[in-house]
Design a protein around this ligand. Sequence first.
Ligand code: FAD
Length: 617
Amino acid sequence: MISINVIVNEFFKIVQSLGSPSLVQWILRVLSIFQAVFQAGWPENYELSDGDRFDFIVVGSGSAGAVVAARLSEIPEFKVLLIEAGGDPPPPSVIPGFFPTLQGTEYDWNYKAYFDEDVGKAHPGGYINYSRGKVLGGCSSTNYLIYSRGKPEDYENWNRIAPGWDWETVLYYFKKLEDMKDPVIFKHPQNARLHSTTGPVKASRPEPLPSTVAIDNSRLQSYEEMGIPRVLEINGPEVVGAARPHFTFYDGRRSSTAEAYLRPAKDRTNLKVAKYSTVTKVLIDPSTLHAYGVQVYTSSKKLINVYATEEIIISAGTFNSPKILLQSGIGPKEELSKFHIKTLVDLPVGKNLHDHQTIQLIYKGKRGLETGFQNIIAAPHLDTLPAPVQCGYFRINDSECQYPSKLQPQIQFFNTYIGAGASAVILIACKTIANFEEKLCLGQAATNVFDEIDNVLLVLLHPLSRGQVKLRSSDPLDDPLIELGYFRNKNDLKIATAGVKRMNTLINTTYFRNVGGSIPRLSVTACEHIEWGTDDFWECYAKNTVASLMHAVGTCWMGEDGVVDERLRVHHVANLRVVDASVIPLIPSGNTNTPVMMIGEKAADMIKADFYKRNIV
Ligand SMILES: Cc1cc2nc3c(=O)[nH]c(=O)nc-3n(C[C@H](O)[C@H](O)[C@H](O)COP(=O)(O)OP(=O)(O)OC[C@H]3O[C@@H](n4cnc5c(N)ncnc54)[C@H](O)[C@@H]3O)c2cc1C
């Protein structure tokens, strides 16, 4: 009988014999989509029963939770339950280029997050759609795939607040999780020492398409002209600089935590994964303050209790972890009493919400419709990210803008080049993802009908402003109330505006001078009374078009005055930890997925160590 391997090998021989590299590429691309659609291999669903008992219960299978559950289940004696409100990642999650199609679907919690009254007026209703992955892998299965760690000083700052999180310690865990697929990195000793090839999460940097190599180079050249040096990688030793970023995908598959940690663990008999199950609260003995289980709303719409003999680990993310704690009686007394929830421990749960706010900027070149062909050539390359993207970091040269320290950048930016004629896509993204007012969206779309544009997202890396996550009602299935709090601290607006003005000098660089570069006069209703292009205008523009890079952190922050200690144990409550983005005390200088996976890795080691200590002593 002919085996499947023989058929596959014969098939590949035929593919190779076709001779045309581009045809072969096409076929392989189709195969990678095939792989995403048909070869899922996710862990099976475990049907929970009332009274089930485990050693460890992990709530939420996101960037951190999946890591914790998988690592704990490496110990065969541990019985681990992972509870996830969503189900398996769909093909558009697995295939990198489909990432924009996940927001606003059943794989998203579809939260709304609100601005203060005088901020974000370009967003009708005063809110943005704040996406959160509701699926195995959480946001690591739905995010934009940028692989970024932040800078060493970020973690030295954590260490000052919560000892044990210094750079050299966290670097061990960053390396533990990483399988760096970019060979260039290992040719440079300064970079090589920061990376590894032995972890489960694959990071890669696909070669740019031949049609976009020149664009990539000319943009990196432009930044050099602006004083932002070209560096080998954004996770290298430099504080400022620009490069093509690395991504969390390889070989046509997203390396989410579902892919990297749960798929390889799917056959472990000591790890059960309960999908479509929502934890409503933690069960805590009010007299001893021992956590002993969780209440779950199951896929069959029943409320049941499941119990943990060792620990409960809440990894439901920056919005849902505080919500679960608040519903369980852990939080600010004044908040809980509003909903007649008995306060077991008065802690600042939900406070310290902070985020990377973004300002979207567009720069136009006069190379016209011929650039549209680049869109057409790039479009089928969905097994990678087809548009040229560069990422950079800089500081503002102003004595008044000295926060944070010189060892951290103040601004990050992402520059995506879009050839002419993609206006429809821009319009849809503007309305559905950014939730901008109609006038601004039409203006954005108009810039690209006949002209190439650079779409730049400017990111305020270290905001001083703080928002809060609160309960909306006592119903645990209700969405949390998210107050973004952007620009409550005036320093943030000053740095963001200075960042916009510096970025605007892009059009004075050689490339843009050669193509008649300009800044389109986009109209924002709230700023119409101010002369376009003045400093006041850009301040108004930044304040009212501000949006989020979806990096919310901090609502259960670690530290003495926070919610958890440096080992991520909830203050004053036994057997209860929080492990996810909410424990971050100060947001790092980069995207948050990789730092959160690092937190998951370190937490798993701490839990194992504490277990052995408890059981030996
Ligand atoms: C659209 C988008 C784009 C982003 N782009 C990037 C990027 O390019 N690079 C980057 O580094 N970061 C990016 N981020 C941010 C990054 O992905 C997040 O910071 C990180 O994934 C957060 O991890 P977490 O473990 O804290 O939470 P999550 O990953 O959100 O995990 C929480 C999990 O808990 C589950 N859950 C929640 N409540 C319950 C409950 N009550 N019961 C059971 N389960 C529950 C959720 O369904 C989810 O699976 C992006 C985020 C989004 C949304």
